[in-house]
Design a protein around this ligand. Structure first.
Ligand SMILES: [Zn+2]
Length: 70
């Protein structure tokens, strides 16, 4: 007897709700309710003159959009 209880929890209709988290030091990160996280924006200078909050928001939007295509 084997107890191969593989519980594959497939969340049906998981929604992607983006929250913008402030990471301190001016860094912001988009976090989705599905567990996805964007990189932290704004904590360094790689984004240049871009608004980190806007960048994180855009990343979140992109993720939502990307997921909606599947
Ligand atoms: Zn998501």
């Amino acid at each position: 007897m084997s107890f191969l209880s593989v519980t594959v929890e497939e969340p049906i209709g998981v929604d992607h709700c983006i929250t913008i988290e402030e990471m301190g030091e001016g860094g912001v990160q988009a976090v989705c309710s599905c567990g996805w996280q964007s990189p932290v924006f704004g904590s360094d200078t790689t984004t240049g003159t871009m608004d980190p909050l806007q960048t994180a928001t855009d990343a979140g939007d992109l993720h939502e959009w990307d997921m909606s295509l599947r």
